[in-house]
Structure formats: structure tokens, C-alpha cells
Ligand binder design. Structure first.
Ligand code: NDP
Length: 337
């Protein structure tokens, strides 16, 4: 039984020494518990925030020496819980390890899904984030212009495709020519701009001749700077993530552009709204599963996974996520079923 623990709080980008691979006994379930074998581990940007000494307000930080947390697809290998049987496939929170115990309260039965890892991506938390952020907060109307950052990622790819389904004109922003080509040719976006190339602001202005009505913020940094001047009156900005800043140790050097940003928010009556997806499960998850299930089944939403083989490769893959090395939803294949 292998597990990866947090060895040190990263200073800036996580390094291999910030993680430690340990070998421990396979735990034995007590009455009321199940023993889980991890098949797939989801790697997600929020985990970076949990590695700091003080975690975000919405989730506790991972203490030093403890197993890194994460959503997982698991096979129940032994059960002393009345609702689960050995062999059940479940969505769980086993974290970065081969085996884990659960009291069942955090498990969701998956039945026999054809592609269970989708429960970690398009049919799970990231897809749900796209759905709530875009539809409930962004509220795109037919003909409006939607811009989405990290447009080929787990959240962004769903945002762009749902926005197209709702009749919007969609411009993606992504890192590299391959991702941009994929966003247009496979995901069906109207245009996609490479944020690694120069003059993003000018190219964005040319790609959005009618301005921007919805900006789905995944990134922050230079991408937000390029978007800000193009926001229309009454634009909506769901603030989902600012991944460009997760490794920052200090605020960036000046000039201080907050007064400019706030003036634009004021004069153009922009609605900027942060959200944490954990708040929305009770009210919206069933509607999401129904709609997204239909869109995927009918081929109107396509999903791409970036599958990394082997638990031992999770730290490097996670570091790559914060640098844009993943192409699609990043999932670790921990064991073959
Ligand atoms: P992705 O699959 O999109 O992977 C992250 C991507 O972010 C990278 O591939 C890269 O794409 C982009 N990126 C990384 N670093 C930078 C940088 N410095 N500048 C610009 N782009 C960068 O991840 P997710 O879809 O899982 O997450 C997307 C965002 O959504 C994150 O900010 C995450 O924190 C947030 N999120 C928020 C939730 C909430 O409840 N509010 C829930 C889930 C996710 P590229 O190469 O195209 O630049």
C-alpha cells in the first residue's frame, strides 16, 4: 500500500521534495467501514492551495506528513458497511494512495459506468463547476460573446461547449497552438487565442469585435489584464479560479491596477462573482447530471482526458498542471480494474 504525503509546504511551484512516497500496511476495515482500492485519482488545481501552511477558507489544509487529499474512483474490496458490497464501484475521497478506509458517508455509488474516470471530470466536479459558473452566474444569452480561459482544461472545455449550446459566440484562450487548434476544430469554439504568443490584448480585441459579455475566469494574471478593457456594459465575470497566481509568494510588482479595474467594474456595471462549487451540490447537481449526461451521450459535449499512469507519477503530473502541461482533465491511473 503506497501513499504520497505532504513533506513540506512549497515555496512557489511545488518541487519533488515537497512530496514523499511511503509504504504502509493495507488498513483493515472496522464495523461500519469499507476498504477502498483506488483506480483513478483526480488531480485538480485547488490541491495547491491545500499544500500551504494556512489553507483556503473553504477547506482545511493538508497537515505535514499526511496523505494528499483528492477525489478518486474506487473499487470496494471489503465491506463491513450495510450499504456497500465488495466489488462496488464508487466515487470517493481516498486521496493519493492505493488503499483507504471510509465510513461510507463520502461515497457515491457509480453503478457500472463505461468510463468511470468521467465521474472525476466532465460528469463530476469540474463539469459541474463549468455548468454552475457559466449558466447560473455567467448567464450567457444567444448572440453574446463569451470568453473562457484555460479553454481546453477540465472546466474550460465544458464552459466553452455549453456556451456554444446556449447560442453564444465563444472565444477561448489557451496555452499553445495544439490546444488552440483543438478548441476550434474539436470543441467547436469560434476562435482560440494562444496566451503564450505576444500581443494578447490586441488579438483579443480583434477576436471580440462586439466586446465581451461573459468572461469565465480560470486564470487571472496577464489573461485577465487583456480581457478587462474589452468587457461590455453589464458583463458578467464568474470568478472560478486564478491558477496563474497559485504559486505566487508575494503580490506582483506595481503599478497598482486595482483602481482601473474597479473603475471599469463601476462604469460598465460589471458583475464579478466568485463561487466555490461545494456550495451548489444540494441544489444543482441533479440538473447538471441530467443535462451533461444528455450532452455527452449525444456527442454535443466532448471530453478529453490526460491520463498519467502510476501513483508515483502524481507529483510531477500535478506540478505540470500548474504550468499548463496537461491537455484535458488530468487523471492518474493508480490501478487497472
Ligand atoms: P485545467 O484542466 O484547466 O488545468 C489547468 C490549466 O490552467 C493548465 O492546463 C493551463 O492551461 C492553465 N494555466 C496554468 N498555469 C497558468 C498560467 N500561469 N497562466 C495561464 N494559464 C495557466 O484545470 P481545471 O479545469 O481543473 O481548473 C481550471 C480553473 O478552475 C482553476 O483555476 C481551478 O482552480 C478552478 N476551479 C475552481 C473551482 C471552484 O469551485 N471555484 C472548482 C474547480 C476548478 P493552458 O495551457 O491552456 O494555459
Amino acid at each position: 500500500n503506497r501513499r504520497i504525503v505532504l513533506a513540506a509546504h512549497p515555496q512557489g511551484a511545488p518541487k519533488p521534495e515537497d512530496f514523499r512516497l511511503e509504504h504502509v500496511e493495507v488498513p483493515v476495515p472496522a464495523e461500519g467501514q469499507v476498504l477502498l482500492r483506488t483506480l483513478h485519482l483526480s488531480l485538480d488545481p485547488y490541491m495547491r492551495n491545500l499544500m500551504d501552511e494556512v489553507g483556503p477558507s473553504y477547506m482545511p489544509a493538508v497537515p505535514l506528513g499526511r496523505t494528499m487529499v483528492g477525489a478518486t474512483v474506487n473499487r470496494v474490496v471489503a465491506s463491513r458497511h450495510p450499504q456497500f458490497r465488495a466489488g462496488d464501484l464508487v466515487l470517493g475521497n481516498a486521496g493519493w494512495q492505493d488503499y483507504a478506509l471510509s465510513d461510507g458517508s463520502d461515497l457515491r455509488p457509480l453503478g457500472e459506468m463505461a468510463q468511470p474516470s468521467l465521474a472525476l471530470g466532465g460528469l463530476g466536479m469540474p463539469g459541474f463547476t463549468a455548468y454552475v459558473g457559466l449558466l447560473d452566474i455567467g448567464q450567457p444569452k444567444p448572440g453574446e460573446t463569451v470568453v473562457v480561459a484555460a479553454a481546453t482544461g477540465a472546466v474550460g472545455a465544458a464552459v466553452g461547449q455549453i456556451a456554444k449550446l446556449k447560442g453564444a459566440r465563444v472565444v477561448g484562450i489557451a496555452g499553445g497552438a495544439d490546444k488552440c487548434r483543438y478548441a476550434v476544430e474539436e470543441l467547436g469554439l469560434d476562435a482560440c487565442l494562444d496566451h503564450r504568443e505576444p500581443a494578447l490584448a490586441e488579438r483579443l480585441a480583434a477576436a471580440c469585435p462586439d466586446g465581451i459579455d461573459v468572461y469565465f475566469e480560470n486564470v487571472g494574471g496577464a489573461v485577465f489584464d487583456a480581457v478587462l478593457p474589452r468587457l461590455n456594459d453589464h458583463a458578467r465575470v464568474p470568478v472560478c479560479g486564478v491558477i496563474a497566481h497559485y504559486n505566487d509568494k508575494t503580490l506582483p510588482p506595481g503599478p497598482n491596477r486595482l483602481p482601473l479595474a474597479m473603475s471599469i467594474v463601476l462604469q460598465r456595471r460589471v458583475r464579478v462573482q466568485g463561487f466555490i462549487i461545494l456550495d451548489h451540490y444540494a441544489e444543482r447537481f441533479d440538473a447538471f447530471r441530467r443535462d451533461m449526461g444528455e450532452w455527452i451521450a449525444s456527442g454535443r459535449v466532448k471530453l478529453r482526458e490526460d491520463v498519467v499512469a502510476g501513483l508515483e507519477n502524481a507529483p510531477a503530473a500535478f506540478t505540470g498542471l500548474l504550468e499548463g502541461r496537461n491537455f484535458g482533465k488530468l487523471v492518474v491511473q493508480v490501478a487497472q480494474d
